[in-house]
Design a protein around this ligand. Structure first.
Ligand code: ADP
Length: 214
């Protein structure tokens, strides 16, 4: 099963990615996660990437495409994969086509900007596992601590208000055009395109997605 998750920041892609990857035993390839790992290396490239991410802008096409290409060539992707956050521009979608990377399903999450801002401003992450909480909508059992390990939760650097606005602007300008692009593309091949109401509760969405993917 090869899947693309498409949608604005904070639309629930990461949360559903964890569920889907578990259910179908496929690896999640999150470009955001790969880039955050690159930033931690503290290299010159890592520092350049950090500046772009902290500003809420998109990282250079060449960097992202080569990271994804390398990751997809690893053995665990042979039977399937889930792409979370890639492609994010028409250029990246073209690159996938040129590399002949085919997908079975595209899941588009729809959430209004107002809710996204509320979601991201309260989002907390358990860094090691990728588990995602929200101070109001999905609080951990103990405030500030991961339910399973008890380790501290953190807020992402780019979840601060100003950066969230910039990320949303980038989304509408550069990623949203992919919706029309894929609507047309999927008519010509076997890929199935699904639109989802990302405002629904995560457990309901999980059921809907399970039904769609079969
Ligand atoms: P979100 O979907 O919540 O914005 P991600 O973790 O997917 O979070 O991405 C965080 C940041 O990583 C983005 O704001 C951008 O700077 C960078 N990034 C992730 N994926 C891509 C991509 N495909 N192309 C360019 N930049 C990307």
């Amino acid at each position: 099963m090869r899947i693309i998750l498409l949608g604005p920041p904070g639309s629930g892609k990461g949360t559903q990615a964890n569920f889907i990857a578990d259910q179908y035993s496929i690896p999640t390839i999150s470009t955001g996660e790969i880039l955050r790992t690159a930033v931690k290396c503290n290299s010159k490239l890592g520092n350049q990437i950090k500046k772009i991410m902290d500003a809420g802008k998109l990282v250079t096409e060449e960097i992202v495409i080569s990271l994804v290409k390398r990751r997809l060539s690893q053995a665990d992707c042979y039977t399937g994969f889930l792409l979370d956050g890639f492609p994010r521009t028409i250029f990246q979608a073209h690159a996938m086509k040129v590399l002949d990377i085919k997908v079975d399903h595209i899941l588009e999450f729809q959430v209004p900007d107002k809710l996204i801002i509320a979601r991201l401003s309260g989002r907390q992450i358990h860094e090691r596992s990728g588990r995602i909480y929200h101070t109001q909508f999905y609080p951990p059992k103990t405030p500030g601590q991961d339910d399973i390990t008890g380790e501290p939760l953190v807020m992402r650097n780019d979840d601060h208000k100003e950066t969230v606005y910039q990320r949303l602007t980038e989304y509408h300008k550069r990623t949203a055009p992919l919706i029309k692009y894929y609507a047309a593309e999927t008519l010509m091949n076997n890929t199935k395109y699904h639109q989802l109401d990302g405002t629904l509760h995560m457990t309901i969405l999980k059921k809907i997605i399970s039904n769609l993917l079969g």
